[in-house]
Structure formats: structure tokens, C-alpha cells
Design a binder for this molecule. Structure first.
Ligand code: ADP
Length: 222
């Protein structure tokens, strides 16, 4: 209830910040534009964290809703990659993508699957120190739309890998990085609700690779 109640005042703040962004005259000191953009970005992050806590509760209560519609999975991934390019630039990292030429229409909840892609790409950028590389690829393989998100970041200690999808779990290597430890738990639940699978391979200090498999139309589980 408390978490839910936090959303209303935050949404009001976000509305005013966005109005400021639209209405602020060009002539105003450029640093003011920067401050308002930062307020916009930070309040967006706060809203995502609140939504993650609410979804963790919904997941436990069996209330997480998946609304599947025909959806172009490649286009969805491409949009998330565009955001990733910008995020990686800010972090001083290189972002590469190699998406399949095919654009399969899958029965997906686009908002939720978009959230999974954004979470994996956001983590790859976040956990990769400057001058690292983030690499996203997609392919149609063995009846699945397969998405791989790899990075040359901090990696995950091997003994902690089995717990990485647990609620609130954050690896010891992630100390000092912001987060709630809910993104992967929610991502796994969303992918599995689509009949898919999510996997991780990682080496501490070397980097990580997350793989998402979403069944193509006509495949088992689709
Ligand atoms: P958050 O990012 O908010 O901490 P997540 O549920 O998305 O939560 O991730 C859980 C944990 O998994 C992270 O805290 C981190 O320890 C580890 N992790 C996830 N993605 C990566 C990655 N690309 N590189 C290194 N560690 C990662």
C-alpha cells in the first residue's frame, strides 16, 4: 500500500518536470535545462524502482498480468538497443548490436518483454566499467527468437550464479552499484510466462552473457 501510495506524488512531480522541459524558454541558462533533464531522468528511475517493488509483490500474489498481442520482437529489441547506445555513451562504453534480418511477429506482452530487454541491456551497461563493450544480438534458432546480451563488465562470482534470479539477490561484486535486486527476478517470471527461458553465463572480472529464448509461433509453448 505504502509503495503504491508513493506513486501518486511522484507522478505529479514527473508531470510538472515534463511541463517544465516543454515550456522552458531557450534563452534560460543551459545549466537549468540540464538540471531539469536530470530531475526527469532520476524521477523516471524512481518510478521504475517503485514498479519493480510492486511487481515483486504481484508476482508473489500471482497477480502479475501478461497481456499478449501480436508484436514485432525485432523492432522491440531495436528500440531498447537505441536507448542502450545512449546509456553506453554516457558510461564511456561501446555498444554493438547485430540483429537478425527476420522480424518475427510473436504473441507477446510488448511492454513486459520490452522491460526484460531494457533490464538486461541496462544491467550490461551499468555493470561494465568505462571503455567496456556491450554486445546485443538476435537470431531465429531452433524454434526460438533468441536474444543475447553480453558485456565485458565485472562479471558474477561462479558460486553466486545459481542465486542470481532470486528476489533481492545482488552479487558481492555489485557492491557500490545502485539497484534493487528485483529486475532479474521479474524478467525471469515474464519470460517464463511467455513459455520462454532466460539463462546466464559469467566469469568474475571478465563479463557476462544473458540469453533469452522466446518460442516462435507454432513452436511448443508459444
Ligand atoms: P539490480 O541490477 O537492481 O541489482 P537485478 O535483479 O537486475 O538487480 O540483478 C541482480 C544482480 O545480478 C545484480 O545486483 C548483479 O549482482 C547481477 N548482475 C545482473 N546483471 C549483471 C551483469 N550484466 N554483470 C554483472 N552482474 C550482473
Amino acid at each position: 500500500m505504502m509503495t503504491h501510495d508513493l506513486k501518486s506524488p511522484l507522478t505529479v512531480i514527473m508531470g510538472y518536470v515534463q511541463a517544465l522541459l516543454l515550456e522552458m524558454p531557450e534563452k534560460v541558462d543551459p545549466s537549468l535545462h540540464l538540471f531539469v533533464r536530470e530531475m526527469d531522468k532520476s524521477s523516471g528511475k524512481m518510478l521504475t524502482m517503485i514498479d519493480d517493488v510492486l511487481d515483486a509483490y504481484r508476482l508473489e500474489a500471482g497477480l502479475l498480468q501478461i497481456d499478449r498481442q501480436p508484436c514485432n520482437a525485432r523492432q522491440l529489441l531495436e528500440g531498447c538497443c537505441n536507448d542502450g547506445v545512449r546509456e553506453a555513451q554516457v558510461h564511456g562504453s561501446t555498444f554493438l548490436s547485430e540483429l537478425s534480418p527476420e522480424a518475427p511477429v510473436l504473441s507477446l506482452d510488448g511492454k513486459q518483454i520490452g522491460r526484460v530487454f531494457a533490464n538486461l541491456i541496462g544491467n550490461a551497461v551499468k555493470f561494465t566499467p568505462r571503455r567496456g563493450t556491450i554486445w546485443v544480438s538476435s537470431a531465429l534458432r531452433d524454434g526460438f527468437f533468441t536474444v543475447e546480451v553480453s558485456d565485458t563488465g565485472i562479471g558474477i562470482p561462479s558460486e553466486e550464479l545459481p542465486r542470481i534470479f532470486n528476489k533481492y539477490f545482488r552479487a558481492s561484486a555489485a557492491r557500490g552499484f545502485k539497484g534493487t535486486g528485483l529486475g532479474l527476478t521479474i524478467s525471469k517470471a515474464i519470460v517464463e510466462a511467455h513459455g520462454g527461458n532466460i539463462m546466464v553465463e559469467s566469469q568474475e572480472g571478465q563479463g557476462s552473457r544473458f540469453t533469452v529464448l522466446l518460442p516462435l509461433p507454432g513452436a511448443k509453448n508459444a
